[in-house]
Ligand binder design. Structure first.
Ligand SMILES: [Cu+2]
Length: 163
C-alpha cells in the first residue's frame, strides 16, 4: 500500500508541470477576451463608391474595433476602398490630394505631416474583401474619415464624434 501511494505521488509530480502549463494557457485566453473592444463598428463600401455609414459616435478612450467590408465585386485596381481616420483639424481635401498620387504606399502620403495626421487606417480592399482595425481616440471632438483611393474622398467620407 505504501508503495502504491509513493507511486501515485511520483505520478502527480510528473503531471504537475503539464497541469501548470495548461492553467497558464487558460489564463492567456481569458486575458485576450478581457481585451475585447469596447465598441465594434461595421462599415460597408460598395461598387457605387459609397460608405454605408457617414457618421458614428464613440467614447473618448474606448477601444474601437472597426471593420470595413467591400461588398462590391469590382477589383481593387478599379474600385479600391480603404478607410483612413484623420487627426482633428486636418485639411481633408489637402490630405486627400496628396494621397491620390501615393499608390506605392496604398494611398497614404509619405511626408511626415501627412503620416502624422493618420490615426488609423485599413488596407485598400477590392470587392469581397474585409479588414479590421483597432484604435482609440483620447480627445473629444469631431474627426473625419475618408477613402483615400483616387477620386473617392469627395463622396466617401464621414464623421466620428468622440464624446
Ligand atoms: Cu473608395
Amino acid at each position: 500500500m505504501k508503495q502504491l501511494t509513493t507511486k501515485l505521488f511520483a505520478a502527480a509530480l510528473t503531471l504537475a508541470p503539464a497541469t501548470l502549463f495548461a492553467q497558464s494557457d487558460t489564463a492567456t485566453t481569458e486575458k485576450k477576451e478581457a481585451k475585447k473592444a469596447d465598441q465594434e463598428v461595421a462599415i460597408e463600401a460598395n461598387d457605387q463608391m459609397q460608405f454605408n455609414k457617414k457618421a458614428f459616435e464613440i467614447k473618448a478612450g474606448d477601444t474601437i474595433q472597426l471593420t470595413l467590408k467591400h461588398v462590391g465585386k469590382l477589383p481593387k485596381i478599379a474600385m479600391g476602398h480603404n478607410l483612413v481616420i484623420l487627426q482633428k483639424g486636418t485639411n481633408l481635401a489637402g490630405w486627400a490630394s496628396k494621397a491620390m498620387t501615393a499608390a506605392a504606399t496604398d494611398y497614404i502620403p509619405v511626408d511626415e505631416a501627412s503620416k502624422k495626421a493618420v490615426i488609423a487606417k485599413t488596407k485598400v480592399l477590392g470587392g469581397g474583401e474585409t479588414d479590421s482595425i483597432t484604435f482609440s481616440i483620447k480627445e473629444a471632438g469631431e474627426y473625419q474619415y475618408l477613402c483615400s483611393f483616387p477620386g473617392h474622398f469627395a463622396i466617401m467620407q464621414g464623421k466620428i464624434t468622440v464624446k
